[in-house]
Design a protein around this ligand. Sequence first.
Ligand SMILES: Cc1cc2nc3c(=O)[nH]c(=O)nc-3n(C[C@H](O)[C@H](O)[C@H](O)COP(=O)(O)OP(=O)(O)OC[C@H]3O[C@@H](n4cnc5c(N)ncnc54)[C@H](O)[C@@H]3O)c2cc1C
Length: 331
Amino acid sequence: MIQHKDMDDPRVREVIVVGGGLAGLSAAIYLGRAQRDTLVIDSGHSMAQWEPKVENYLGFPEGVHGEELLKFGRQQAQRHEVRFTEDKIERIEKGDDGVFVLHGKKSYHAKRLLLATGIFHRPPEIPGVKECLGHSMFFCKDCDGYRVQEKRIAICGANDEAVEYALGMLLYSPCVMIATNGEQPHWSEQHAAWIEEYEIPVHTVRIADVRHRERQILGLRLENDQEVKIDYIFTTRGDIFHTELAEQLGAKLDQDGQIVVDHCMRTTVPNLYAAGCVTPANCQMIIAAGEGAAAAQAINRDLFEESLRNHSLRRFREVQLREEETVPEGA
Ligand SMILES: Cc1cc2nc3c(=O)[nH]c(=O)nc-3n(C[C@H](O)[C@H](O)[C@H](O)COP(=O)(O)OP(=O)(O)OC[C@H]3O[C@@H](n4cnc5c(N)ncnc54)[C@H](O)[C@@H]3O)c2cc1C
């Protein structure tokens, strides 16, 4: 492995990955195995740690805790000599020499930069809800719909998305309702017609609090003192994309606020890549990991092509051995 100190400028890493969640770790494993001098900078808030039993990630038939998955991923990357540091990058700039300079508690320099900074799912602002996060309060029907079969489910929201969420959940449960938490419904006529067709109850009164025991939701208490018995809440309140760093570098975002990438995870800024939930990917662990791998392959390929152009291809030895020199003595 070419070490950091062997580079032209020893301060400059070949690759820095910001974010040590599923996308960042997967990229790190590929970059380490491609012998790229790689540093992962992570602030330690991967969404994966909220999920106590991931059931849809390939290779874990009994499920796996999200924290375990992160731990395994980090160990696997460290086996391939990837370095990790805990820090939160607040500011980034790109110098005239094309080198990215990242500022957190310390400063870091890199030729190639991968942003795998993820998103934040906003829980509804209802007393009692946060304690149940990942246990009986969920954000994603593709992740968690299967595990709530036949239970009583409330979808929090007041727009078309909430209606479609409720309609999608009918596959898993005969008891699905919408709670708008005091918001006036603003779904389309077509969505209103579907609510009627599929007989989905709608509660528009503000929710006073969520009753729960040991993180298991028992019911919603409405401000009119009505009690609604439910087991699970799903919400559609919207996501906050961690795109601040991409924006500082002038990368293009789409209309939903996600970083625009091509099929190789290159952003609109040269040598800047992005992967995982911060891109328009469907926000699933296995998809984030796949995008991380795709980004790492593109970074490796781009560095390889650059070294051919610069006549600086890295080699096992400075000179090729003649064929007879590769035959072990006495063979
Ligand atoms: C409650 C819950 C349950 C879920 N269950 C499932 C499930 O069962 N199956 C499934 O497939 N998906 C599930 N998900 C979604 C899954 O967690 C995400 O798809 C996955 O974590 C996305 O990976 P990522 O690498 O894009 O982002 P993350 O895993 O969130 O990682 C982003 C990382 O970047 C770091 N970071 C951000 N900004 C900075 C910065 N400026 N400097 C340094 N570090 C930074 C963060 O600290 C974090 O560690 C769930 C999500 C939640 C919230």
